[in-house]
Design a protein around this ligand. Structure first.
Ligand SMILES: Cc1cc2nc3c(=O)[nH]c(=O)nc-3n(C[C@H](O)[C@H](O)[C@H](O)COP(=O)(O)OP(=O)(O)OC[C@H]3O[C@@H](n4cnc5c(N)ncnc54)[C@H](O)[C@@H]3O)c2cc1C
Ligand code: SF4
Ligand code: SF4
Length: 409
């Protein structure tokens, strides 16, 4: 089976229009639709209204008094989860793909909107509409970069698809939710993955070239919650590199675009269900956010093993160290590097005494909030009062970061 230009095939990649020029933009696809001006009310980088959309989508905004909602958004429950039979080629065990397959197989949706790999570069995402369950197999796994997913909403509607599932990263899901009521679909299921530290596919290739002499042989890469990067190669080899040994200080300052350094939604708070790994301690991590999310999880029946997520360690020291380094980087100074002799020791200690499980996920959300504040303050201060929601200020406050004049709405 192949990605094809035919609407009648299981995986369809319709031709899409060119993007309109935009400033802070991850090309979610809205600027390529018939009404490109919609970006003004759909974009998370312009004037986002997370609380309002959370209320509309989940029936209530995040409630800081409920356990962990300050960090992860509105929740019904969180789970550690794995498929009993992990799917070959999936990023983790393939929960995302399996939910979409079930939706198609049970005829709950007409199509699933997601990303397939580009036939010429498997790291490059290509937006596709999948209309039969067997088509989901070729979309499994993670691609690095962003691509105009939402440009396919109009072709989907024009093809007569009324019930749609969308698998997307947070900046795509934000725009989808902002426009949901005017899109005219009868039913919309939203399966989100967390996202952080994304960059263009071109730049990601630069990173691969730094970590391997034969980057073209790398088939899989994941930043795991045990502070290691897992890399798989075409010949079946698997390599694990502790984060501390990565050549991150060799990356240019603009390696990550400003969008991804300042995006405030790590955990995809507007999805019906978020499927990630950060709080999963080596398994997947599910955040069920509303009734529809429960329905999606229910489709997996006894194919999925679930448990309560664990939490251990203390994040405060790690987050403080991160803050100091981001301050240096945002000020144009080189990252503070650990002496070479200390790296193996700290690399060994981190998975054992560092924050783990939910505490790891909380630390990553706080780090991301710190990045948003410091990078925007340096590069786009005028945008701060619109782009930074109130809860982000609450997240960074324990680290001494508070709004300066004009930064808070
Ligand atoms: C750029 C990026 C960064 C991520 N960072 C984190 C993180 O920091 N913490 C965390 O917990 N999880 C992160 N994730 C999610 C994680 O990698 C897994 O995708 C997720 O846990 C689902 O695993 P799975 O086995 O169920 O997925 P699979 O069953 O393998 O399905 C993956 C789905 O994701 C879609 N997809 C792949 N690449 C992209 C892309 N570039 N853009 C949009 N959709 C895509 C595929 O089309 C497929 O439908 C990230 C994902 C991406 C794309
Ligand atoms: S809505 Fe999408 S296309 Fe429009 S500016 Fe934002 S990210 Fe770019
Ligand atoms: S880090 Fe944020 S802005 Fe960048 S691609 Fe991911 S969700 Fe979009």
């Amino acid at each position: 089976m192949r990605v094809t230009r035919q609407a009648s095939d299981a995986v369809w990649a319709p031709l899409i229009a060119a993007a309109s020029p935009r400033d802070l933009c991850t090309d979610c696809g809205i600027s390529r639709t018939n009404d490109a001006k919609r970006c003004g009310r759909a974009c998370q980088f312009i004037k986002p209204d997370y609380a309002g959309l959370e209320q509309r989508v989940h029936g209530r905004a995040r409630d800081g008094a409920r356990a962990d909602e300050l960090f992860f958004g509105p929740l019904r429950r969180m789970l550690r989860a794995s498929l009993h039979a992990p799917m070959a080629g999936a990023q983790w065990t393939g929960i995302t793909t399996r939910i979409a397959e079930k939706l198609l197989a049970s005829d709950a949706v007409d199509a699933v909107l997601t990303m397939a790999p580009d036939p010429d570069d498997h790291w490059r995402p290509v937006p596709v509409l999948v209309t039969r369950a067997e088509g989901m197999a070729q979309c499994r796994g993670m691609r690095m970069g962003y691509a105009p997913l939402l440009a396919l909403l109009e072709p989907a509607r024009d093809a007569g698809y009324r019930r749609l599932a969308v698998i997307g990263i947070p900046c795509q899901v934000y725009a989808l939710r902002a426009l949901e009521s005017e899109l005219g679909f009868e039913r919309l299921y939203t399966i989100g993955t967390p996202c952080s530290d994304n960059t263009t596919t071109e730049r990601f290739h630069e990173f691969l070239a730094l970590i391997s002499e034969a980057p073209e042989t790398i088939t899989y890469l994941e930043f795991r919650a045990d502070y290691r990067v897992e890399i798989r190669y075409t010949d079946g080899r698997v390599k694990e590199i502790p984060f501390l040994q990565l050549p991150l200080s060799k990356l240019p300052n603009d390696f990550f675009p400003l969008t991804c350094r300042t995006c405030v939604d790590y955990t995809n708070v507007l999805a019906d269900i978020t499927v990630g790994y950060m709080g999963g301690e080596g398994e997947q991590w599910l955040l069920v956010r509303n009734e529809r999310g429960e329905e999606l999880l229910g489709l997996l029946g006894d194919e999925v093993r679930i448990a309560a997520p664990g939490s251990a360690g203390k994040r405060h020291g790690a987050v403080k160290g991160f803050l100091a380094n981001v301050r240096r980087a945002a000020g144009g100074l080189p990252l503070r590097r650990m002496p070479d002799w200390a790296r193996p020791i700290v690399g060994w200690l981190m998975p054992r005494i560092g924050p783990r499980g939910l505490e790891f996920a909380r630390s990553r959300v706080e780090m991301k909030a710190i990045e948003s504040v410091l990078h925007l303050r340096r590069e786009e201060p005028a945008r701060m009062k619109h782009m930074i929601p109130a809860h982000v200020w609450t997240l960074v406050e324990p680290y001494g970061l508070t709004p300066e004049d004009g930064e808070r709405r």
